[in-house]
Design a protein around this ligand. Structure first.
Ligand code: PKZ
Length: 147
């Protein structure tokens, strides 16, 4: 049975001029693509199945990520439904020389486990350890209302 900690994924992308908007920082659509990809990996760990993106909500672009910085994209699954997995995704700009970070972007996303394009049940997500419980509880408390 997968646990929240098993779904934690971190990836880094160096922001290159080809990723940029007209303001010398990462294009929002590119950041969202990175978030979608890493979030999907967390969902797949939780679902033990292939997953597709059903919803990306409350994408907050709080700070830009300048060209030359590293985008550190981090995600974890915090809840499951019958066939869906809910994932928290956070991005920080990281100075590659010092490792100093600043939070820039975040979102909540729902992925659905599929087989041949049809939703399939996911296992229960367990939570072990105080830190994971805290992350799960905060995501549940702060996630946007679901319809
Ligand atoms: C060789 C190996 C390679 C491995 C490689 C690994 C690499 C790893 C990197 C991959 C990285 C990819 C990352 C990009 C991922 C994409 O880009 S996926 C492409 C974009 N997404 C799509 O095309 C999905 C299109 N939508 C659909 O196909 C269908 O709407 C869905 C999502 C399958 C749902 O089907 P449906 O028939 O509506 O399902 P339904 O039975 O009504 O509901 C099923 C569940 O979905 C939920 N749901 C449905 N719609 C929504 C919604 N809009 N919002 C929230 N929840 C919803 C329901 O609440 C329900 O949840 P549960 O109560 O079961 O938990």
């Amino acid at each position: 049975m997968p646990a929240v900690a098993d779904t934690h994924i971190v990836n880094r992308e160096r922001v290159q001029p080809t990723h940029a908007n007209n303001y010398e920082s990462a294009h929002g659509g590119i950041v969202m693509k990175w978030m979608d990809e890493i979030g999907a990996m967390s969902a797949m760990r939780a679902a033990e199945e292939s997953c597709v993106t059903a919803q990306m909500s409350r994408v907050d672009f709080e700070r830009p990520i300048p060209i030359g910085d590293t985008a550190r994209v981090e995600s974890f699954a915090y809840a499951t439904g019958r066939t869906s997995v809910r994932v928290r995704i956070e991005v920080a700009a990281e100075n590659p020389r010092t490792g100093e970070t600043e939070e820039t972007t975040s979102a909540y996303a729902t992925f659905v486990a599929v087989e041949d394009g049809k939703p399939v049940p996911v296992p229960e997500l367990t939570v072990r350890g105080e830190k994971c419980e805290e992350l799960r509880d905060r995501a549940l408390a702060e996630e946007p209302d679901r319809e």
